[in-house]
Design a protein around this ligand. Structure first.
Ligand code: HEM
Length: 133
């Protein structure tokens, strides 16, 4: 009688992509890209849910606007901007490299994207808190 042996599962564990310990900077960029992508998709749904308050009526919307002006909410706006910039600029880099443009300079482009993300996010934070603070 032959005994059937289940084949061992091959491949990586589900959340192994998240583990950047001892990995190079490109892997950090990959994880940042994926986390920002998940954050942006979640934000898109949250945005639609919040907009649906408009259908509830003026008082529901005014309540949300008051909440949106609180410092904690403004800080979330800044986090959103960081996510958009990091994802968008790294996405641009990946697109260029995928098209064969600037391949030897891909790491320089990564650092430029990071500096631009931090600089533009800082400017945005100053503008947001100056307007609403
Ligand atoms: C600013 C413009 C954007 C650019 C240039 C861009 C570019 C890219 C690129 C090149 C990838 C592939 C990354 C890879 O090969 O590892 C990607 C992945 C992805 N992006 Fe974007 N993206 C942008 C905005 C967005 C927005 C607004 C969302 C969500 C609402 C989004 C959601 C995603 C998702 C879900 C993935 C898959 C991530 C993964 O599986 O690891 N992206 N994006």
């Amino acid at each position: 009688m032959s005994v059937e042996v289940e084949p061992k599962p091959v491949g990586r564990k589900p959340l192994q992509w998240f583990d950047v310990r001892g990995r190079r900077v490109g892997m950090w960029a990959y994880v940042a890209m994926r986390l920002s992508a998940i954050g942006l998709v979640l934000y898109l749904f949250l945005h639609l849910v919040i907009l649906s308050q408009l259908a509830v009526g003026p008082s529901a919307w005014d309540g949300f606007v008051a909440l949106a002006k609180s410092p904690a909410f403004l800080a979330l706006d800044v986090i959103l901007i960081v996510g958009i910039l990091a994802h968008g600029l790294n996405g641009l880099r990946l697109t260029l490299v995928g098209l064969g443009i600037g391949v030897p300079r891909h790491k320089t482009m990564l650092w430029i994207g990071l500096v631009l993300t931090l600089a533009l996010a800082l400017l945005s934070a100053l503008a947001i808190f100056a307007a609403e603070g």
